[in-house]
Design a protein around this ligand. Sequence first.
Ligand code: MG
Length: 236
Amino acid sequence: MRTILFVSVVALAAGVTCQPTGNPEATEIWKPVPVLVRTPSDGVPSDAIVLFDGSDLSEWQGDWTVEEGRVTVVPGSGDLVSRRDFGDVQLHIEWRAPAEIEGDGQDRGNSGVFLMERYEVQVLDSFDNETYVNGQAGSIYKQHVPLVNASRPPGEWQSYDIIFRAPRFATDKAVVEPATMTVLHNGVLIQDHVELAGPTVYIGEPVYEAHETKRPLMLQDHQASVSYRNIWIREL
Ligand code: MG
């Protein structure tokens, strides 16, 4: 008995297990090779389109103020709209709510990043500012509440990294694939591949209306002096 036990222990220790059989190369993929994108630690990915590097608004239509490397909403002047059109994208954008607190709820540091001029990731000072949670910073406005509140205090720069897939429409204009978004706020995941029910409307239920496959990016004038900087975008 003791001998049998000893042999079993030795067999286990020797790693007598089922070895996989077959050719490992059968499951290797070699082509096509992913394109090399240079990613400088202090800069922009080499395949990105820089929409604002702090110098001018040549990529935009609108009358906001550019100074000291940032562009700031001029309340009442209207939205800032990109000259180029985009569909599926990865967007990096940095924003800052005014340091001086004015107003409450939706009236404190409100702006917004609108993909295709329709689908808003809310910009708001949500550091210590109660409002409806599907309208706080990082919400997909009135559709998706952020998973957590990653807000920094007003006056500090914050970032959004947004992965957006545009909706697809059939030839009869019916939506066949809804838009989706993933959002990181200051590097923290707050929207995890959520589906949009339609444009992010202020009143009523969202309803898709067929539109072009590419549309401009829009930054919202919501009567607050929110600033933006370091805006770049990658077409997917
Ligand atoms: Mg807004």
